[in-house]
Design a protein around this ligand. Structure first.
Ligand code: THU
Length: 138
């Protein structure tokens, strides 16, 4: 786990708020913005992008993961998510799984009940190691 300063959290929140202004959420009218610190010091961001076919709308975390991969990859160290008022929002269950895939060990998230690690919000996660362990023994 890499602890980050209050100032860095504020920077992440402000990037998430800026990203939120780019959301395309005409159906739910619930814009979401996210930002994360990468292990090389980059900040990546995302916003939700909905679709007339409601079920295929993309959560903000999807566009953050695309930003991560398209700008050079790496692992996420700390993550913040905000709603349309700029207040902290908890990532949905599916998005915790998306984040887990790209998380540095002990990645930190800002939650409604304080700073938590990815392992606290997605205990006993299924992930790349689960697959590797199985594949190595077969
Ligand atoms: N949403 C996100 O972008 N991320 C989350 O973690 C929670 C939900 C979006 C999806 C949808 O566009 C809107 O919020 C309402 O569910």
């Amino acid at each position: 786990m890499t602890a980050i300063s209050d100032e860095q959290w504020e920077t992440l929140r402000s990037h998430a708020r800026e990203a939120m202004t780019k959301a395309y959420a005409p159906y739910s009218k619930f814009p979401v913005g996210v930002a994360a610190l990468v292990d090389d010091g980059r900040i990546v961001t995302g916003a939700n992008i909905e679709n007339a076919s409601y079920g295929i709308g993309l959560c903000a975390e999807c566009s953050l993961v695309s930003d991560l991969i398209m700008t050079g990859g790496g692992s996420l160290v700390a993550f913040a998510c905000v709603d349309g008022d700029g207040n902290t929002l908890m990532p949905c269950g599916r998005c915790r799984q998306l984040l887990f895939e790209h998380s540095a060990p002990g990645m930190l998230l800002e939650t409604l009940s304080g700073i938590k690690t990815i392992d606290e919000v997605l205990p006993d996660a299924f992930g790349p190691r689960t697959l590797r362990t199985y594949q190595e023994s077969h």
